[in-house]
Design a protein around this ligand. Structure first.
Ligand code: URA
Length: 295
């Protein structure tokens, strides 16, 4: 907190005094933010939850209960307690981004192309993508500062199922789809069995839904290339139990705790055999096509 002697409330006891004086400061860059924001940025909960905790007198700043969520505090200097426990400086954060095409997943691009970090500017903790999505692929991307979680999710042994919708530039035969199901030979070895569903054929194009449990570089594109075809459009629609929900393209949200628990438990959804006739599969119960699903 900067020292500004002309303001009497600043000369007393800092934020607590300001709260009493009913002063609400504007937010600035750096470690000074409203109490509500600092609590939510620390990953303790949403801003609405933070307001509730403050309202319920569960939050103390420098030893005093604070009831003003808009109080300006300094996360470095002020001692903030939630339910009597210090707010951890860096809690884990897990976000789900609906990546559009044209964005790379690295932090900086020497060619100056847009990166996924341009879409999550509000997040003031450094998060990394869990796995990869190509420049030309859109869809779900998890980003987190929890490196252990990231490693677990990208470990092929953990077998997190990832589902994609794709359009390829030729009509694929049933035999070709069967090859995808059993595994195709790539330069870095054969692929694991995949769940493959023909969504539709339109003109000279085939639309597929494919679920894989590996995350090799350009894997889906290379699998289709192994069948002498080419992916024209690719969208990741599901990661383990995590789906789009109401997320719009270019937007992000935090993962729900159930989603996180589901990812950690990783119910592998890969079904290698055909469903019973007439059974209601995840595919048939899917909500309508995403706005950017391959047309
Ligand atoms: N497979 C690909 O080929 N590309 C992606 O971005 C993701 C999976």
């Amino acid at each position: 907190m900067k020292w500004i002697p002309k303001k009497p409330w600043r000369q007393k006891t800092g934020p607590v005094a300001r709260a009493r004086a009913g002063s609400v400061a504007t937010e600035t860059e750096g470690t000074q933010k409203t109490l509500e924001r600092i609590i939510s940025k620390a990953g303790a909960g949403s801003r609405t939850q933070a307001r509730t905790w403050i309202h319920n007198r569960q939050v103390q700043v420098n030893g005093k209960v604070i009831e003003n969520p808009d109080l300006w505090v300094d996360s470095k200097r002020d001692k903030i307690l939630l339910d009597g426990k210090p707010l951890r400086k860096r809690q884990h954060i897990y976000i789900l981004l609906y990546k559009p095409t044209g964005y790379i997943t690295t932090f900086k691009d020497p060619e100056g192309r847009p990166t996924v970090y341009d879409l999550i500017k509000e997040i003031d903790q450094f998060v990394s993508p869990v796995g990869r999505l190509d420049l030309d692929t859109s869809g779900l991307l998890i980003m987190t500062n929890d490196t252990q979680f990231g490693e677990r999710m990208t470990n092929p042994e953990h077998k997190v199922a990832k589902t994609y919708l794709l359009k390829c530039n030729s009509l694929l035969s049933d035999e070709a789809l069967e090859k995808l199901r059993t595994g195709v030979e790539l330069s870095d070895g054969p692929t694991r069995p995949a769940v493959v569903k023909r969504v539709r054929d339109s003109g000279k194009y085939t639309h597929l839904e494919i679920t894989i449990t590996e995350g090799r570089n350009r894997q889906v594109r290379r699998m289709i290339e192994a069948l002498d075809s080419k992916v024209l459009k690719l969208v990741r629609t599901q990661i383990g139990p995590v789906e789009f929900g109401d997320l719009k393209i270019g937007e992000w949200r935090e993962l729900e705790s159930e989603e996180l628990a589901g990812l950690i438990a990783t119910p592998t959804r890969t079904r290698t055999s055909a469903p019973a006739p007439g059974s209601r599969t995840r595919e048939t119960s899917r909500s309508p096509r995403r706005p950017d699903a391959p047309k």
